[in-house]
Every structure is written in structure tokens, then in C-alpha cells.
Design a protein around this ligand. Structure first.
Ligand SMILES: [Zn+2]
Length: 354
């Protein structure tokens, strides 16, 4: 039976049940006379349940994530929610206004967690975010976008060998999942280390808004909220979700103008030509062939590249032999999730609950 809840206490304010508040988070990057609070949307429900956090724009130019976080928060009527959604659409305000990935000192906030109150500038911001918001949450979706003119498939990245993360991933509706261990210093890695189940959610390219990807992501995140018990009603059965338990980057063999022959989400066969890097000075070209068969889950836009620049990420399904040596949790995930195809199924355009 649903248990009525009291006020939500966050950022020094009390949000009454069945209401919506717009709070502000002031990080150590603010200073007197020139303070801009990062927006924090808080639709607060009427009954007890988990606190679910959607966090975007740790990298300032990741506009898809901003739109996803805002739309999920604004579409929810607070009253039927079990507990609280915390939506942080723009953490890195400095980078956002400059169309820039980094914070003011040119460092990567996404490699600074869990932070340090006495540490360097980004470590202090990370520490404050953990203390003020993340530790108050029960689950986290850490929204990111392809970096440096690369575009991602909309996908979940999580270490599915961790049961709590596999369980959280189960709720994200309709999108592919990529087995990955959180990088050192990432927010989702720090959250998991402190007992808050967290996955990284990637969708699209930076500095633009792709509404098809945004809409698919909104549906997927609302599915996750329903899965963790925040939204009442019957949970709609998941469509087939592609699962990639291995991936490999294909890098530029030389510097020059990269021109791709394949599209994001394409399937490529081993040794297939994917594109070329053209040298405009000598008119030479270096062909790029697939080192293995797989799906293009991340793709660089056509651009000037240096040797070693990551051009394609090929997602692979694991072989049975590999699964046999990787433990029962991984095999269970494969059994449950690995399916053919990569396109978001048409019926995923229907909201699970709306
Ligand atoms: Zn990012």
C-alpha cells in the first residue's frame, strides 16, 4: 500500500508533497555579485518511493541531455509520483554559455568525481555536487553526448556484471545497452562507489539538438522511473534491446580529412571499407577497413583528424565461449537482452504510462 510522504528537503528548501519546485544549485564556481544557480527541477510526489536523478550538461555543449532532462521533469504530474524526481539539466553553466565542453579552467568535470573540498577547482565542484544532490538520490541517469564531433547511438552504458546496475538498466525502455566500466573520475562511477546505482545514458552529438534522439531518450527514462517504482501502473513489456558486451574503437591511421562511407548504427563486416582519411596536400588517402564485424555505435563526423583519432566504435555481441568464461551474471544478461537489430522499435514511441 502506498505510504504518504512528507516534504522533500533538498538544497536547504522543503518541497511539499504533490508539488513542483524549481530550485537552484550554487557550486563553488559562483562568486558574490555574479552568482548563477544551476537549475534543479523537482517534481515531488505524494507517496514514499525512490529519489531518481537525471543529470545533464556536465559537459557544457551537450544540448540533447538538457532537453531530455527538462522534458522528463516537465511532463510529469507530481501527484502520482512515488517520491521525487530531481532534474539537473545544466550542471556546467560556464561551459553551456560558451558552447564548450569544459569548465572555466579548461579541465574536464567528468573526470573529477567524487571530488575533494580542498582540491583543485573541478574537484571542489564535484565534491559539492555529490554532497548537495547525488548522495540524496537512490538512482541516477548520467546523461552524456558524443564528444569532439562524434555522434552516439542513444544507448545505456553500464557494467552489467554489477547486479544493481543490471537491475537499473532493465528499466530503460527500448534503447541498446553497451557493457562498459565507468571511467575513473566519472560521476556515475563515483555514485556507484557510494551505493547509488547509476548508468551513463548517451544520445547524439554535441552542440545540436536531435529531436528523434531526445524523444526516444525521454521515453526510455520514463520507463526507468516506472521500473524503479516511481510511476504507478502496469509496466509495459520491453521490446527487443540490442546488447553489446564488447566494443572496439577504430582509429585514424593518418592525419587528413576523414570521410566516412558508413552511417551510425550500420552493421559492418570484417575487412569492409568504412571510409578513408584524405591528405589534401599530397592527394594520398588511407583507407579504413573494419578490423572486426560489428555495429557502428559511435561515429565521428567528417572532419580533419590526427593519427589515432577515434573514428568508429564497433559494438560486438560476445561469443558463447567468451560468455562461458565471463561469469553467470553476464551470461544472464545476454540471455535476457541480446537481440538482433539496432533500430529503436516503432512501438517504443508509445510512452509506457502516458
Ligand atoms: Zn559528456
Amino acid at each position: 500500500m502506498a505510504v504518504p510522504k512528507g516534504d522533500c528537503d533538498l538544497l536547504g528548501q522543503s518541497v511539499p508533497p504533490s508539488s513542483r519546485a524549481q530550485l537552484g544549485w550554487l557550486s563553488p564556481q559562483s562568486f558574490g555579485g555574479c552568482q548563477s544557480a544551476a537549475p534543479v527541477g523537482v517534481p515531488d510526489g505524494s507517496t514514499e518511493g525512490p529519489v531518481f536523478c537525471l543529470r545533464a550538461a556536465l559537459h557544457g555543449g551537450e544540448l540533447n541531455g538538457i532537453e531530455i532532462a527538462c522534458r522528463v521533469a516537465h511532463r510529469r504530474d507530481p501527484e502520482p509520483l512515488s517520491r521525487t524526481l530531481v532534474s539537473l539539466p545544466i550542471v556546467n553553466l560556464e561551459g553551456f554559455v560558451r558552447h564548450d565542453r569544459y569548465i572555466g579552467d579548461r579541465r574536464d568535470l567528468s573526470r573529477s568525481f567524487p571530488g575533494d573540498p580542498d582540491g583543485a577547482y573541478p574537484a571542489r565542484i564535484a565534491d559539492a555536487l555529490m554532497r548537495d544532490i547525488i548522495r540524496h538520490c537512490d538512482a541516477l541517469a548520467d546523461l552524456h553526448i558524443g564528444s569532439f564531433y562524434r555522434e552516439n547511438l542513444p544507448q545505456i552504458c553500464a557494467d552489467l556484471t554489477v547486479p544493481e546496475l543490471a537491475a537499473l538498466d532493465e528499466g530503460f525502455y527500448g534503447l541498446s545497452v553497451l557493457q562498459s566500466v565507468a571511467p575513473k573520475g566519472s560521476l556515475h562511477g563515483a555514485a556507484v562507489a557510494e551505493g547509488v546505482p547509476a548508468v551513463m545514458f548517451e544520445a547524439g552529438a554535441a552542440l545540436t539538438v536531435d529531436m528523434a534522439q531526445v524523444e526516444a531518450a525521454v521515453i526510455s527514462n520514463i520507463g526507468a522511473m516506472q521500473h524503479v517504482g516511481m510511476i504507478p501502473g502496469v509496466i509495459k513489456a520491453q521490446p527487443a534491446r540490442p546488447a553489446f558486451f564488447k566494443s572496439r574503437w577504430v582509429r585514424a591511421p593518418a592525419s587528413g580529412i576523414f570521410i566516412s562511407d558508413v552511417a551510425r548504427s550500420a552493421w559492418v563486416e570484417i575487412d569492409q571499407r568504412n571510409g578513408a582519411v584524405l591528405d589534401p596536400i599530397t592527394s594520398s588517402q588511407a583507407e579504413i577497413c573494419a578490423p572486426l564485424s560489428g555495429t557502428v555505435s559511435e561515429l565521428a563526423q567528417n572532419q580533419f583528424v590526427s593519427p589515432g583519432f577515434a573514428l568508429y566504435r564497433l559494438g560486438q555481441r560476445a561469443t558463447q565461449d567468451e560468455l562461458d568464461s565471463d561469469g553467470e551474471a553476464l551470461k544472464q544478461q545476454i540471455r535476457d537482452k541480446a537481440r538482433d537489430g539496432l533500430t529503436v522499435p516503432a512501438d517504443s514511441q508509445v510512452l509506457p504510462e502516458d
